[in-house]
Ligand binder design. Sequence first.
Ligand SMILES: Nc1nc2c(ncn2[C@@H]2O[C@H](COP(=O)(O)OP(=O)(O)O)[C@@H](O)[C@H]2O)c(=O)[nH]1
Ligand SMILES: [Mg+2]
Length: 308
Amino acid sequence: MSGIFNKLKEGFIRETPTFQRAYKKIFRDKYLDLSSIEALEESLYEADFGVETTEEMISLAQKAFQSNGKSAPLDIAKLGAKVLTDALEGSEGVLKLDAQPSVICLIGINGAGKTTTTAKLGFQLKKDGKKVLIGACDTFRAAANEQLMSWTDRLGLEIVSSSHGADAAAVAFDSYNTAVKKEMNCLLLDTAGRLHTKTNLMEELSKMKRVLAKQNGESPHYRWLVVDGSLGSNSIEQAKVFHEHFDINGLIVTKLDGTSRGGAVVGIFRALKIPIYFVGLGESENDLRPFSIQEYVDAVFSSQEEDQ
Ligand SMILES: Nc1nc2c(ncn2[C@@H]2O[C@H](COP(=O)(O)OP(=O)(O)O)[C@@H](O)[C@H]2O)c(=O)[nH]1
Ligand SMILES: [Mg+2]
């Protein structure tokens, strides 16, 4: 497994002790019994895998137990991996920068990780040889520009920003024009996320979307909702509100490096059926990773093998 996904795996071991205990017991006893199935069920709920996925796993485990009374521990890993892999079918988003500039809008509530993800993604695309421009469309918070600019200064990224209180759609408009003029491959738009004035935020986002669509019918090509993975399945309802107003076509799940609720990735995808493009696994510019079903499933279910 590649280095960075280890952070998810480490998080899963450290933050979900119940899951690991249940799993370890099955390994130690070398077979499945009613008490270990029960422990597994409880731990799956605690890790926020959600009702659907937990029930699927438990019903398969029960079947395995009933059919031979014993099920090798690795079978549990295999069985769980199959349930997750099936549930996550179609969840891997693949970023293609066909349009020039391809416009990616990151939206979501305060603290979800939009600004950090904008910087990380800009950095990674630049490393891949893309010409990247960042538009600072969070004009609501006074410190928002400084936060983004300290990232772009450090990472050598180009940015279009405006003063605090400016019209976010106007910043999006200017950013797009600059991106066209400078022949950028990609324009990343960071946005505001206040929740207490939700209606205004939704109006602001809708306006931004309209303005961008006027400049280019296809833009914004990517409308990504950034969700905080540590909030678990609570993100689902919030996502629906944003989806109504912004027609979300991609997800970023952040903070999977240190959460006890990493199972929520499955519930979020099952509820929304919107592909996950990247996951956030830490606070540095290198801690963003394209979402991979295989790596996610390995991080959840392979964690005990090395402990044996
Ligand atoms: N551990 C961890 N922290 C993160 C991650 N992504 C963002 N953060 C932190 O979450 C906080 C809020 O992030 P920010 O980008 O400002 O959120 P925004 O309000 O949506 O723009 C900051 O302290 C970030 O460093 C992540 O993947 N892992
Ligand atoms: Mg921000």
